[in-house]
Design a protein around this ligand. Structure first.
Ligand SMILES: [Zn+2]
Ligand SMILES: [Zn+2]
Length: 237
């Protein structure tokens, strides 16, 4: 009886020890090291993949800054492109409103107040300025500012445009709003919704000049009316 009990005890002890050994062997040592080595391998592979995707021998802090600010630049450019259309409508609307006011109030006053030769001079001068403003604005808006020739290899150039990957002749700049290189670029004008460059610079300059003259003419010719209206308001107060 005693020996049978001892035999049973030693047998169960042996079984427990074997299970423990198996558990240690199965869960602890081998598998854990395998998982950690697999994870390390995956990590180093991901690092290598990222490095190979981002590697560029020309990359520097400027390129990094460009990449960081690229979304902001894209939003500003898109908004300016959209604002260009709105600004052109605003120019047409404001100029038309001034012309309508002149036709409705200023011209009848001039005709009724001034002698014939002065009225004729006013009419000719006013219409000449209106014609010049309209013509130069239309031409400045619709004329292409000029772009570097695409298929000519012997173009004298000073650098290469990074965006278009084409040679840039002297005084050529890339317009990020039009997304094209512009010859003798002055600036991108939102009021024209166009770049001011080699071929439309004179139209832009003439438009600015005639618009200034037109403003001065309107201010001088309606000065009496303005004073009258101002005094009337003052008297009411
Ligand atoms: Zn370009
Ligand atoms: Zn432009």
């Amino acid at each position: 009886m005693g020996s049978a009990w001892r035999w049973q005890l030693s047998r169960s002890m042996r079984l427990v020890l074997r299970w423990c050994r198996q558990q240690r062997g199965g869960r602890g040592g081998g598998s854990r090291t395998q998982i950690s080595s697999r994870l390390l391998e995956l990590w180093s592979y991901s690092k290598l993949l990222l490095h190979s995707l981002c590697y560029n021998s020309l990359a520097d802090s400027d390129t990094l800054l460009d990449c960081v600010f690229e979304p902001i630049i894209w939003i500003v450019d898109s908004l300016t492109r959209w604002f260009g259309v709105a600004f052109v409508c605003l120019v047409v609307l404001l100029t038309s409103s001034v012309v309508i006011i002149v036709y409705l109030f200023v011209i009848p006053t001039i005709i009724s107040t001034y002698p014939v030769h002065w009225a004729a001079w006013h009419l000719s001068c006013g219409h000449w300025l209106l014609l010049m403003i309209t013509f130069h604005y239309y031409k400045a808006t619709t004329t292409s500012p000029g772009h570097p020739p695409k298929n000519k290899l012997n173009t004298p150039s000073v650098s290469i445009c990074k965006k278009c990957v084409t040679p840039k002749p002297p005084r050529t700049h890339h317009c990020s709003i039009c997304n094209v290189c512009v010859l003798k670029m002055d600036h991108h004008c939102p009021w024209l919704n166009n770049c001011v460059g080699h071929f439309n610079h004179r139209y832009f300059f003439s438009f600015c000049l005639y618009m200034t003259l037109g403003c001065i003419y309107c201010s001088i010719s309606s000065w009496e009316m303005f004073l009258e209206a101002y005094n009337a308001v003052e008297d009411l107060c």
